[in-house]
Design a binder for this molecule. Structure first.
Ligand code: 13P
Length: 257
């Protein structure tokens, strides 16, 4: 299967930004994003903004995602949110294992695996994040890290579950630093991850799975990054907070598709 037949997903990650009125305002500015064949547009917003943004996009082509979800159905997990809570709101996507959660909130490959499984069981599409630290890249172990994270995230998964997961390759050194991976570095890493999936699940599954690049993607560099054979979209932080910039990235994806 060629790049053209894979689903492209352009997802904004608003991280811990926007009060409800601010979220409503940004959503209004994005509500006229046109539906494009094979390019899905998603915004992943703080829990407190989910209902507001789902309502703003009720007639729009933009889908809504959360930034985390717990693996248990319900229970004594103070501060956590369940898949049922997200689905009932009309949420369709969820970011899992973002490097900021791994770095600051004790997320591990094992919890990424459990959360991804729970999301899939509930019918949510996980945007499952992996990526190497700067010191890992400098030590020449990028591929080792990506292979380990991919294998552990998918441990016990069926081929169908892997196909339904979106993998987001986010090199930690490129997040919020203004330091983008070059298009070649992004393409190479996404291609390597696809190869790991191929070894585990075969070429058909690897060819079908959507792999995004994330890390300082912006209106200027999006077209070149998205043109890479193995880059099927983007997970965008800073630039997704400015409607004009996010729309330019969406346009780059649609034009290049
Ligand atoms: P920036 O686009 O701000 O670098 O953030 C990337 C990211 O972490 C998306 O999840």
């Amino acid at each position: 299967m060629k790049k053209q037949s894979r689903k492209v997903v352009i997802a904004g990650n608003w991280k811990m930004n926007k009060t409800r009125p601010e979220a409503a305002e940004l959503a209004k500015q994005l509500a006229d994003v046109a539906k494009a064949p094979n390019v899905e547009v998603v915004v992943c917003v703080p829990f407190t903004n989910l209902e507001t943004v789902v309502n703003e996009f009720s007639l729009a082509a933009v889908k809504v995602g959360a930034q985390n979800v717990h693996f248990a159905k319900s229970g004594a997990f103070t501060g956590e949110i369940s898949t049922d809570m997200l689905c009932e709101l009309g949420v369709q996507y969820v970011i899992i294992g973002h490097s900021e959660r791994r770095q600051y909130f004790g997320e591990t490959d094992a919890t990424v695996n459990s959360r991804t499984k729970a999301a899939l069981d509930a019918g949510l599409t996980p945007l499952m994040c992996i990526g190497e630290l700067l010191e890992e890249r400098e030590a020449g172990i990028t591929e080792e890290v990506l292979a380990r994270q991919t294998k552990l995230a998918f441990a016990g998964f069926t081929a169908e579950e892997v196909c339904k997961t979106v993998i987001a390759y986010e090199p930690v050194w490129a997040i919020g630093t203004g330091k983008t991976a070059t298009a070649a570095q992004a393409g190479e890493a996404c291609g390597f991850i696809r190869g790991v999936v191929a070894k585990l699940y075969g070429a058909d599954v690897a060819d079908a799975v959507t792999i995004q690049y994330g890390g300082s993607m912006n209106a200027q560099n999006a077209a070149e990054l998205l043109a890479q054979e193995d880059v099927d979209g983007g997970l965008i932080g800073g630039a997704s907070l400015v409607a004009e910039d996010f729309k330019a990235i969406i346009k780059a994806a649609v034009d290049g598709n």
